[in-house]
Design a protein around this ligand. Structure first.
Ligand code: C2E
Ligand code: MG
Ligand code: MG
Length: 587
């Protein structure tokens, strides 16, 4: 390249520069690869025609904008820091990026990024070169989309042909990224009645309204099509896995029912629609688009047979899971206000003295039809729906009130453990809630013990540490729950203000005949003691386990051997009687 500061012959330099610019233009426009020129901040200064052809974005739409806007897809965004790092390190990056296309969907591109550093090592320019890895696919798409039969004239939605093409693409992309895809086939209930009673024109109007409503309820990456007279299909992409798909698709299905149920006015007459829906999920129900469409049609006909307003997953098991989940979610919403939650207390016993020194508060749901429901069943649903926030607050308040009640009865004071979920750290002002519970009940903070699992801490370490430190400063105790089930090491956890470590019961189960487990437990105890932590072992069921844990210098136990979790009044009686375990024999 010419150096403009070389000004021996200004005329010649200018001419050479012009020629260079021309050459660059010719090069840019005659390559099949898309090329972007970026300044060092990542602002696009120029793109070639191939870029517009491959991505659908015209030059004027992208010039002057930051490249991040086009790499807005999650996987691409995650790559940006890595690309940056490589450019700093060696001025060059090469890899694959999934990018959104203007007409919808994604394209996989092989990308090279080169940093041009002409003066004093400062990046002047970034050259991005992108080649579509499946060049045949966009051509095919373009052909399919340009075809008149790809679009439904009445509603403006894609037809079955275009929908199947999108489904095929979505499946192949999901397979590559290990994602799931959801497909809903929908058939309006008794639509012939609308046509027969109000006339065909009004019927068409209703279909147009339905089409608009369906399109409105989807994310931009999803698709909806009209695949029959009164049949529609919806494609949901970018779903993490099959169980998330069951949830997401179920949520969309319910949203669809709500949308359809909104009245439509047709020439002065108000109608409400409903529909049957058949749902399939890939890869679970198949990875071939035609097979998937067929399976969703099968599910749809099952749903129709069940009467109006029904949905059915292709797999019976998923239908059951989804139904149970929604039923539970709905009734769980009212559990707190209808006073259906109860706390049980499980004693924690000092292994030397044999005395009860603490209790863990464990929530149960007293379901009007099902009786006591285990937290293992409803806490995960509460966590996914955010209902854990009011439930967690209720548990904390109730446990503090119980402590105050025991104090008022003149019973020996013990420590009470309350389980916390990660969401309570992230979405609530936990410090304020703890403060308000302590203030309301007047209990001494040292008797409150908050249990948190390793995995909950790791979800957002910085935020959690900040909250834990403030809670610990209030004098409230903190415990690591289920230790040994996560991936954190004790050395990582020593930065947290934990006073107690609870060894998960999976270690205890096999401790009698697995020397390896005994060695691990022994090491955990030694390390915890070196950090001045009390060790509680969970799930102790036998005398043999008890004597091993005593030999290993474990401090406390919690398990069926002494007592299962019990209702508050039973526990109160235990405290009153001073029920205890035989003390440890002196060695
Ligand atoms: P966790 O905190 O590890 O609680 C200990 C669980 O082990 C309790 O189950 C208890 O009944 C059980 N367990 C205790 N000793 C034994 C034993 O000797 N053998 C066996 N097989 N099991 C024993 P539970 O009450 O069903 O609670 C299960 C989990 O539900 C708890 O595990 C905790 O993670 C969660 N949970 C319970 N209450 C709450 C709550 O209020 N909030 C939150 N976020 N989670 C809760
Ligand atoms: Mg616990
Ligand atoms: Mg535990």
């Amino acid at each position: 390249m010419i150096n403009p500061s070389d000004t021996k012959n200004p005329k010649k330099v200018n001419k050479d520069l012009r020629q260079d610019a021309k050459l660059l233009k010719i090069l840019l426009e005659n390559t099949d690869d898309a090329v972007l020129l970026l300044d060092r901040r990542g602002i696009i200064s120029r793109v070639n025609d191939a870029f517009s052809l491959l991505t659908g974005y015209a030059s004027r739409e992208v010039k002057g904008r930051h490249v991040r806007r086009f790499w807005s897809d999650i996987s691409a965004r995650e790559q940006l820091p890595l690309i940056n790092e490589a450019l700093w390190d060696c001025g060059y990056w090469m890899g694959q990026i999934d990018l959104p296309l203007k007409r919808g969907g994604h394209g996989v591109f092989a990308v090279k990024v080169l940093a041009v550093l002409p003066d004093q090592g400062r990046v002047r320019l970034l050259v991005v070169q992108m080649a579509r890895t499946e060049l045949i696919a966009p051509l095919r798409e373009a052909m399919v989309e340009a075809d008149d039969s790809a679009w439904d004239h009445l509603t403006g939605l894609p037809t079955r042909a275009l929908f199947q093409d999108r489904l095929r693409q979505a499946i192949s992309q999901a397979t590559r990224r290990h994602y799931a895809v959801g497909l809903i086939s929908m058939d309006l209930d008794n639509f012939t009645l609308v046509n027969d009673s109000l006339g065909r024109e009004r019927g068409d109007e209703a279909l147009r309204v339905v089409a608009q409503r369906l399109a409105k309820c989807l994310r931009t990456s999803d698709s909806v099509a009209r695949i029959g007279a009164d049949e529609f299909a919806l494609l949901l992409v970018d779903i993490d896995d099959v169980s998330a798909a069951v949830r997401n698709v179920g949520v969309v299905a319910r949203k669809l029912y709500e949308l359809l149920d909104e009245p439509i006015t047709l020439g002065g007459t108000e109608i409400r629609l409903s529909a049957a829906m058949g749902i399939t999920i890939s890869p679970q129900d198949g990875q071939d688009p035609q097979q998937l469409m067929k399976n969703s049609a099968t599910a749809l006909s099952h749903a129709k047979r069940k009467g109006r307003n029904n949905y059915q997953f292709f797999s019976q098991e998923m239908t059951e899971t989804a139904r149970r989940r929604f039923a539970m979610e709905n009734s769980l919403r009212y559990a707190v206000e209808r006073d259906q939650l109860v706390l049980f207390y499980q004693p924690q016993v000092d292994l030397t003295s044999g005395q009860v020194v603490g209790a863990e508060a464990l929530v149960r749901w007293n379901h009007p039809e099902r009786g006591l429901v285990s937290p293992l069943e409803f806490i995960p649903v509460a966590e996914e729906t955010g209902l854990i926030l009011p439930i967690g607050e209720w548990v904390l308040r109730t446990a503090c009130r119980q402590l105050a009640a025991w104090k008022a009865m003149g019973l020996p004071m013990i420590r009470v453990g309350v389980n916390l979920s990660a969401l309570q750290f992230q979405r609530q002002d936990l410090v304020k809630i703890v403060e308000s519970c302590l203030e309301e009940t007047g209990i001494d903070p040292q008797y409150l013990d908050l249990e948190i699992t390793e995995s909950a801490i790791m979800e957002d370490v910085q935020k959690t540490v900040a909250v834990l430190n403030r809670i610990s400063a209030m004098g409230v105790k903190l415990s690591i729950d289920d230790f040994g089930t996560g991936y954190s090491s004790l050395s990582q956890l020593r930065h947290f203000p934990f006073k107690t470590l609870k060894i998960d019961r999976s270690f205890v189960r096999s401790i009698e005949d697995n020397a390896g487990d005994a060695a691990i437990v022994s090491a955990i105890i030694a390390m915890a003691h070196s950090l001045d932590q009390t060790v509680i072992v969970e799930g102790l069921e036998t005398d043999a386990q008890l004597s091993i844990m005593r030999r290993l210098q474990c401090n406390e136990m919690q398990g069926y051997l002494f007592s299962a979790p019990t209702p508050a009044d039973v526990f109160t009686e235990m405290l009153r009687l001073g029920t205890s375990l035989p003390a440890k024999e002196k060695a």
